[in-house]
Design a protein around this ligand. Structure first.
Ligand code: XIL
Length: 329
């Protein structure tokens, strides 16, 4: 279902979920995917390590599978991602140790033109730059990741120039795609979104084709909830940008039986719904994407000591969170 022009999306790992069928119920998975969603974000397939594993080798198999599935089922694709500190191939990490800024720029430009160019016209939004700010509890506080991100590190003298050019290269390769910044802990008004707000103003003043600010929406019931999401979306919209919820999930610590409590289940539904409401209330919000829709395929248990993060169980049983979202739509 898509009210106004809002896309309702999910992440799908093309290589695992569409090609290798590496999880249970692949057929039912694909049926639900096509029936319930209007947009797909490739969960890993367009990341550097997957799509550009060696300097002269691109592997488009997973990404192609996602784009083909979307096309066959009348769905849109959100591209993800071109400039990030994580999931870079070994060769990038190694070469980066000796890169000059010019060398880093050449590698990034070639990659962006190749990947964005291949899917030109088939992708409505691209997460060009992902997680480029640190958290305020990281050493040095909220600032651009000029250490962890190999490209920003090589161009640490003027990282904003590199970020701006990444958007310019992507725009030249696909003028139709709306180009996003994207990050976690970037839902409400906080030190990180303040930094993004300042960066967005700077990029726009430089004429950079920045089109949107993505809030990932990876929430945990362990932490407090910031109810300034709509306000935050509104201030980016006032700059003329689109906004989007790009990777929503709501994880939680589970008891010894591995099950959530009734209270947690209800609270999860509230948090999902709050993110969707904020998006629906701001006309500039283009898409609401969940980061996987079933617990069987969720990334959460692999990374956090938490679970039950998606809107359906591993057997595709709909949770109250699913019902809450549907009700709001
Ligand atoms: C995650 C994927 O879901 C996992 O399969 C992978 O092992 C690690 O990355 N923020 C992002 C996403 O922007 O790309 C991440 O996806 C989750 C956090």
């Amino acid at each position: 279902e898509a009210p106004r022009d809002l896309e309702i999306g999910t992440a799908v790992w093309g290589q695992r979920d569409l090609l290798d069928y590496d999880r249970k119920n692949p057929t039912e998975f694909q049926r639900i995917l096509a029936a319930e969603f209007s947009s797909i974000t490739p969960e890993n397939d367009m990341k550097w390590a997957e799509i550009h594993p060696e300097p002269d080798v691109y592997d488009f198999s997973g990404a192609d599978a996602v784009v083909a599935f979307a096309k066959a089922n009348n769905m849109e694709v959100r591209g993800h991602t071109l400039l990030w500190h994580s999931q870079n191939p070994e060769w990038v990490t190694q070469a980066a140790a000796t890169w000059t800024c010019d060398e880093a720029r050449a590698v990034l430009e070639d990659h962006i033109r190749t990947v964005v160019g291949r899917y030109a016209g088939e992708i409505y939004e691209w997460d060009v730059a992902n997680e480029i700010f640190q958290d305020d509890w990281d050493a040095g506080g909220v600032r651009l990741r000029t250490e962890a991100n190999p490209f920003l590190a090589a161009c640490a003298d003027d990282p904003v120039a590199l970020i701006g050019d990444a958007f310019r290269w992507a725009h030249e390769a696909d003028p139709q795609a709306v180009l996003f910044l994207n990050d976690y802990n970037a839902e409400g008004i906080n030190t990180k979104t303040n930094a993004y707000y300042a960066l967005a103003q700077e990029l726009l003043a430089d004429g950079v084709p920045l089109g949107g600010m993505g809030s990932q929406g990876h929430l945990s019931l362990q932490y407090g909830f910031d109810d300034t999401i709509q306000e935050n979306f509104e201030r980016f919209a006032a700059l003329g940008l689109k906004v989007a919820v790009t990777e929503a999930d709501v994880r939680m610590p589970l008891g010894e039986d591995g099950e959530p409590t009734a209270e947690q289940i209800a609270l999860q539904a509230e948090r999902y719904d709050a993110m969707l409401e904020a998006c629906l209330n701001v006309a500039a919000c283009t898409s609401f994407t969940v980061w996987g829709f079933d617990d069987e395929r969720s990334w959460v248990p692999f990374v956090f000591p938490e679970g039950y993060a998606t809107i359906m169980t591993g057997d595709f049983e709909k949770k109250p969170a699913y019902d809450a979202l549907l009700e709001t739509l």
